[in-house]
Design a protein around this ligand. Structure first.
Ligand SMILES: Nc1ncnc2c1ncn2[C@@H]1O[C@H](COP(=O)(O)OP(=O)(O)OP(=O)(O)O)[C@@H](O)[C@H]1O
Ligand SMILES: [Mg+2]
Length: 334
């Protein structure tokens, strides 16, 4: 959980954040498998966050939504848009519309079709949305925004583009978010999303290997991994092979991107997600891919409250990438 505020007129400030681990069984393939475990983790996290704010922005995993770009006449009234979006959603979803949550966003004038606007329609099974809202409500939180993790990643990227030559204009940038079980690949060209995909790769692989090799319960292995409190043989025998695997998988993921699109190269790799904090990962990826590789810090341009430990935030910033994209969203106060 992350709370952003303001510092002066134009600057954001990291007010507070909290991270609590979620046990492995809680979420499977992006679906909430054990709601009670998720609720307990939310409650603990909310308590650790220690804030009066109750409004939250949540995200669905990209795997739980279907998206489609459509064209809308620039002159369409709200009622006409409604009708067209509903008709589109009806075709996109495999089930009836009363089981579906749908939303759309007008993106702006279409470059190819003068007089029309590009719009993005997003549908999800309603129960996927409702289960998340209900969990938040169970711990006293009010959901004011339901986003999609891949979109939140793009929002957070907006805070990072200035790191890149010419603010990312004309560049191809791959954001690789390596979590516990899943790696999300989002590629942008000229700051527009061009590719998105999930892969089964994450830090739990490393935790499991630590548990096996050093005969530790999973929770202890997880803790030892994060604190780098492991025998000398860890680095060469466990960590290095894992880093090599990650670099190899990133290479494969980008090959998939190249074969699915007309792109043949990426100019920059941004590493996000909890695993981006693993010491040395950026160097291994950089040397394997021969591509400029940065660790994503979406807070580089923000002020930081004096209550937040700046050094810890620097390590944990990549894990907060999606949370940052969500916290940047605006909403109308009730
Ligand atoms: N300092 C650290 N050193 C090594 N690994 C870390 C560190 N901090 C977090 N991780 C690892 O990062 C992973 C969690 O990353 P993140 O918080 O991005 O996952 P998630 O988004 O919850 O998972 P998923 O995307 O798979 O659903 C865990 O495997 C955790 O062990
Ligand atoms: Mg993740």
């Amino acid at each position: 959980m992350l709370e952003l505020g303001r510092s002066g007129k134009d600057m954001r400030r990291v007010e507070r954040y909290a991270i609590v681990p979620l046990s492995k069984e809680a979420v499977a393939d992006g679906a909430i498998a054990k709601p009670d475990l998720v609720e307990a983790a939310l409650r603990e996290c909310w308590k650790a966050l220690d804030t009066h704010t109750r409004e939250v922005a949540l995200a669905l995993p990209a795997s739980a939504v279907i998206t489609k770009k459509i064209l809308l006449p620039a002159t369409a009234s709200e009622a006409e848009i409604d009708t067209q979006v509903t008709a589109e959603a009806n075709q996109m979803a495999a089930f009836s519309l009363d089981e579906v949550s749908l939303d759309y966003q007008v993106l702006g004038p279409s470059t190819r079709n003068p007089g029309e606007n590009d719009a993005l329609v997003v549908v999800s099974r309603r129960d996927r949305v409702e289960e998340r809202v209900a969990l938040a409500e169970a711990v006293g939180l009010k959901t004011v925004i339901m986003d999609v993790d891949a979109f939140a990643t793009l929002t957070a990227y907006g805070q990072m583009a200035f790191h890149l030559p010419d603010n990312g204009k004309g560049q191809t940038v791959a954001i690789i978010d390596i979590g516990a079980n899943t790696t999300h690949v989002n590629v942008l060209h000229d700051n527009q999303p061009v590719y998105q995909r999930e892969h089964a790769l994450g830090g739990n692989m490393l935790t499991n290997e630590i548990a096996r090799r050093f005969d530790l319960p999973t929770e202890e292995a997880e803790d030892a991994k994060r604190k780098s409190l492991l025998p000398d043989s860890y680095e060469s025998e466990v960590l290095q092979p894992f880093l090599d695997t990650v670099a190899l998988e990133i290479g494969r993921a980008l090959q998939l991107f190249f074969s699915a699109t007309s792109h043949q190269a990426v100019d920059h790799i941004l590493l996000a997600g909890g695993c981006a904090a693993i010491p040395g990962l950026d160097d291994v990826v950089h040397s394997k891919m021969q591509t400029s590789t940065l660790i994503a810090n979406p807070f580089a341009k923000m002020a930081v409250s004096s209550q937040v430990k700046a050094r810890q935030l620097a390590t944990e910033a990549p894990a907060l990438f999606v949370a940052c994209g969500l916290a940047l969203r605006k909403f109308d106060p009730a």
